[in-house]
Design a protein around this ligand. Structure first.
Ligand code: HEC
Length: 134
C-alpha cells in the first residue's frame, strides 16, 4: 500500500518537467499561429489599425507609398504585390510587426504598442490587400 502511494507520487514528480515543458511549447506555438485566418471581422479591425498606425509609411492601400516613406532609409514593401506576399507566411509578418526592421532607420517594432490580437488583425488585413488569384 505504502509502496503504491510512493509510486504514484514518484510518477507525478517525474512527469512534472514534461507537463511544464508541454505548456511552454503550447504557449509558444499559439503565439505564432494565426488565430483567425481569412476572418473578415479581424481584417476589418486590422484596417482601422492599419490606417491609424501604418498607412503613414505603407500608404492607405499598402502600396508602400505613404507620405512618411520618402524620408526612410529603407522603402516599405508593396503589400498589393501578390507574388511577393504569398512567399511570406503569417508568422513572418507577425514577427516583423512585433520586432520591426533589422535595419537602422527602417520600421519600428510594434510589440510593445499593440496587443497580440491587434497584430493578428493587421496580418489578416494585409492579406486582403492583394488579389487572391491572378
Ligand atoms: C516609419 C514607417 C513605418 C511604419 C509606421 C510602419 N512600417 Fe512596416 N515597414 C516599413 C519599412 C520601411 C519596411 C521595409 C523593411 C525595413 O524596414 O527595412 C516595412 C516592412 C513591413 C513588413 C514586412 C513585409 C514583408 O513582406 O517583408 C510588414 C509586415 C509591415 N511593415 C507591417 C507594418 C504594420 C502592420 C504597421 C503598423 C502597425 C507598420 N508596418 C508600420 C515602414 C513602416
Amino acid at each position: 500500500m505504502r509502496l503504491r502511494v510512493f509510486g504514484v507520487v514518484a510518477a507525478f514528480l517525474l512527469a512534472l518537467p514534461l507537463l511544464a515543458g508541454g505548456c511552454d511549447w503550447n504557449a509558444l506555438s499559439q503565439r505564432v499561429v494565426n488565430p483567425t485566418p481569412g476572418d473578415a471581422a479581424a481584417a476589418a479591425r486590422g484596417k482601422a489599425l492599419f490606417e491609424a498606425s501604418c498607412a503613414s509609411c505603407h500608404g492607405v492601400r499598402g502600396a508602400g507609398d505613404g507620405p512618411a516613406a520618402q524620408a526612410l532609409a529603407y522603402q516599405p514593401p508593396n503589400f498589393t504585390d501578390r507574388l511577393r506576399m504569398i512567399n511570406r507566411g503569417d508568422p513572418d509578418l507577425y514577427r516583423f510587426i512585433v520586432q520591426g526592421s533589422p535595419h537602422a532607420g527602417g520600421m519600428p517594432g510594434f510589440g510593445d504598442k499593440l496587443k497580440e490580437r491587434e497584430i493578428w488583425d493587421l496580418v489578416n488585413y494585409i492579406r486582403t490587400l492583394y488579389p487572391t488569384r491572378t
